[in-house]
Design a protein around this ligand. Structure first.
Ligand SMILES: C[S@@+](CC[C@H](N)C(=O)[O-])C[C@H]1O[C@@H](n2cnc3c(N)ncnc32)[C@H](O)[C@@H]1O
Length: 244
């Protein structure tokens, strides 16, 4: 499948995505960090979750991303966080450097997840932790967007490795104590912003479905709004934890 050009996406990414305090809170609840701990945000993008995590901890945080454009956007937001341009498959840090490595909505973009997870294992301290935040195939099917655009769920199930696959690759990369934790986030009402984002194909999977599937879904979504239906959505995520 064709990879997404994040240097181009960086120009509009923050119009559609923000940091997610609930997601960051769940990561921090899963680990004890001190001011000596080093933490790596892998695929940090425009730094939205990196900044939230930085604000909530005294640890030294570093952001890493393959895209120069995404990192430039992150740099405009802070001078305080070290940002490194690098693929996750080949990371310019010494062995045993980090207490925690985490990634939010990144694994399905990585071309060679085996190589990336081997690298992340290498740079973790003994007993260090990894946290991969992703969506299971069931959680993809339960997205609001999948209700109106079922073809988008099919596309994303091809892009996202399901949880059992991630567990297998983590174990094969030397990790132990692999534990997926599935969570439903606070329900939100999807208002006009959601309709505008969908109309502009603001979600990447809407670029990957046919014109007919898109127009059919948009028609049904508009009809739901016109009928006054309340679209309440609780996003589901899986936090796959493992230890070195
Ligand atoms: C959907 S964005 C997520 C950004 C950020 N983690 C967030 O939650 O907003 C995916 C990010 O992964 C980065 N990425 C994709 N493949 C990568 C790789 N092989 N190594 C490092 N970063 C990668 C992209 O450049 C992009 O910034």
């Amino acid at each position: 499948m064709k990879t997404i050009d994040y240097d181009s996406v960086s120009k509009v990414y923050d119009e559609v995505r923000t940091g997610d305090p609930e997601m960051v809170q769940h990561i921090l609840e899963g680990i004890t960090l001190t001011h000596d701990s080093k933490v790596l945000d892998v695929g940090c993008g425009t730094g939205n979750n990196t900044l939230l995590l930085q604000a909530a901890t005294s640890s030294k945080l570093i952001g890493l991303d393959i895209s120069r454009g995404m990192l430039q956007k992150a740099r405009q937001k802070t001078d305080l966080i070290q940002l490194v341009q690098s693929p996750a498959e080949s990371i310019p840090f010494a062995d045993q450097s980090f207490r925690l490595v985490y990634m939010t909505e990144v694994l399905h973009h990585i071309r060679d997840i085996r190589a990336a997870l081997r690298e992340l294992h290498r740079i973790l301290e003994p007993e260090g932790s990894i946290c991969i935040v992703t969506q299971s195939h069931r959680q993809i099917e339960e997205r609001m967007t999948s209700r109106f655009f079922p073809a988008s769920a099919k596309v994303d199930k091809e892009r996202y490795p399901d949880i059992n696959v991630i567990e297998g690759v983590l174990t094969a990369s030397g990790f132990s104590d692999v534990q997926p934790v599935s969570l439903s986030f606070r329900p939100v009402r999807l208002g006009n912003d959601y309709l505008l984002t969908v109309t502009g194909r603001g979600y990447s999977m809407l670029h990957k479905i046919s014109k007919n599937d898109f127009e059919w879904g948009l028609k049904r979504l508009r009809a739901a709004y016109d009928a006054g239906e309340e679209l309440i959505y609780s996003a589901g995520y899986t936090f796959v934890w493992a230890k070195k």
